[in-house]
Design a protein around this ligand. Structure first.
Ligand SMILES: *Cc1c(COP(=O)(O)O)cnc(C)c1O
Length: 433
């Protein structure tokens, strides 16, 4: 909170008095919201500790294994902890799962067979899944294995198109994929409660359909997770929320035992399943990251809400808006101005503990039809639970902002982004001063 001493400290980091004081006024108003986030974090911290106690996590769990990784106590116990924590029957939590997309691909490819159909009742899934599914033709896609895909878009107001979904479910529908976070789409993020309503509706039409939730960016944002609302499988990345910033790699799949088992046989090999997979020294970071995940997610949420309130006050379009309830950690700010978007990203970069001296430049990236600008000064490459921002440099010039291992770092990042905009006269100074 505001003090002269603190103001001087921020000044040493390059934040001028006007920006610091403006930020302090915004932060003051957010106290009740932050208190709510703290309650959720406390609840979830207890959940994680209880799961670790129940599964009898011990110092031996941090030992490493190599080669085949038979009888790896740490790995097997961690999977029990994830299952317990997320209310599943079983879980697969591995460094051999390279990222979120890989985890989702394994869950899909292992539980679908030729002739089956996959349904997304919440519109277009995350970009990278287009190639997994074969929406964009790609080597090894589900489409190449005669697994068809159907999609029902959300209605204009963001609600489910129940009639459309009823018509889309057919005798081939085997698995329904529900993305919790909006990702980089313009639609609301789904609350666990809403996901529960959707699953109940689908199960009424077809009880044996597998309901999978892409849980990326959603873990620990609420007190309940999708398996508690009727989902059969949840899938996510360990360099997002549940890795707590410490996991150097990895992904997880949790839920009903038979579906997790299918995934294990696909990830390793038929006949081998969960029995192999050396832990290669990452176990302590997986455990400790999960232990910290509730408070790290809390920090990221505070950062997102702080950014929404700062930039909304300055007249920019923010999504979610300054007062909406939160169901993931992503915040978008639309600048309608390429210089402002670039300045924002440069501010985030300048506030980082790592690579703070580099200047983000827009560049052409595979798979994008415009230049992309990214800011990330992270301990783990590409980790988006660490403070980061990116977006395609084209109208409407929207930047997606997420992460922050500590609230104080998230706050500094946002103040620094504003500092850059302020210096370049890209914001209304009357609002700030
Ligand atoms: C990040 C993300 C993915 C993909 O994860 P990667 O680790 O980037 O492969 C999938 N779905 C959603 C909603 C995500 O946020």
């Amino acid at each position: 909170m505001y003090s002269e001493k603190m103001q001087k400290q921020y000044e040493r980091l390059g934040i001028c008095r006007e920006v610091y004081e403006f930020g302090s006024r915004i932060e003051e108003k957010l106290k009740p919201r932050f208190d709510d986030f703290d309650v959720t974090a406390e609840y979830n911290q207890a959940k994680v500790i209880r799961a670790m106690q129940k599964c009898r996590v011990s110092a031996e769990c941090f030992h490493t294994s190599n080669g085949y990784g038979y009888n790896d106590l740490g790995r097997d116990t961690l999977e029990a902890v994830y299952a317990e924590c997320f209310c599943g029957e079983d879980a697969l939590v591995r460094p051999q799962i390279t990222c979120g997309t890989h985890a989702l691909a394994v869950a899909l490819m292992s539980n679908l067979r030729p002739g089956d159909e996959l349904l997304s009742p919440v519109g277009k899934p995350y970009d990278t899944l287009e190639e997994v599914i074969g929406i964009r033709p790609s080597k090894g896609s589900l489409a190449e294995y005669q697994i068809s895909y159907r999609q029902v878009d959300l209605k204009q107001d963001g609600s489910f198109d129940f009639e459309g979904i009823r018509q889309a479910v057919n005798e081939k529908t085997k698995l329904v994929t529900i993305q919790r976070s909006k990702g980089y789409a313009v639609r609301p993020t789904l609350s666990v409660e809403k996901i529960g309503e959707l699953i109940a509706f689908i199960k009424k039409i077809k009880p044996d359909v597998i309901c999978m939730v892409d849980n990326c960016y959603g873990e620990f944002v609420e007190e309940r997770e999708p398996l508690e609302a009727g989902a059969d499988l949840i899938v996510g990345s360990l360099i997002k929320n549940p890795g707590g910033g410490l996991s150097p790699v990895g992904g997880y799949i949790a839920g009903k035992k038979e579906y997790v088992e299918q995934a294990a046989y696909r990830l390793t090999s038929p006949g081998l399943g969960k029995e192999v997979g050396a832990s290669l020294g990452v176990m302590q970071s997986f455990y400790q990251g999960l232990f910290l995940a509730p408070v790290v997610t809390n920090a990221a949420l505070k950062g997102a809400v702080f950014a929404a309130n700062i930039y909304e006050a300055l007249g920019f379009d923010v999504l979610p808006n300054s007062t909406e309830s939160r169901h993931d950690i992503i915040q978008s700010v639309t600048f309608h101005n390429s210089n402002a978007m670039t300045a924002f990203c440069r501010g985030i970069q300048a506030a980082a503990p790592v690579d703070s001296y580099v200047t983000p430049e827009p560049w052409a990236m595979p798979g994008y039809d415009s230049e992309v600008i990214m800011a990330a000064g992270a301990f783990v490459q590409g980790s988006s639970i660490e403070l980061s921002a990116d977006g395609p440099l084209k109208p409407p010039y929207s930047v997606y902002f997420q992460g922050g291992l500590t609230w104080y770092h998230a706050k500094l990042g946002i103040l620094m982004s504003l500092q850059k905009l302020y210096e370049q006269k890209l914001v209304n100074r009357d609002v700030i001063c």
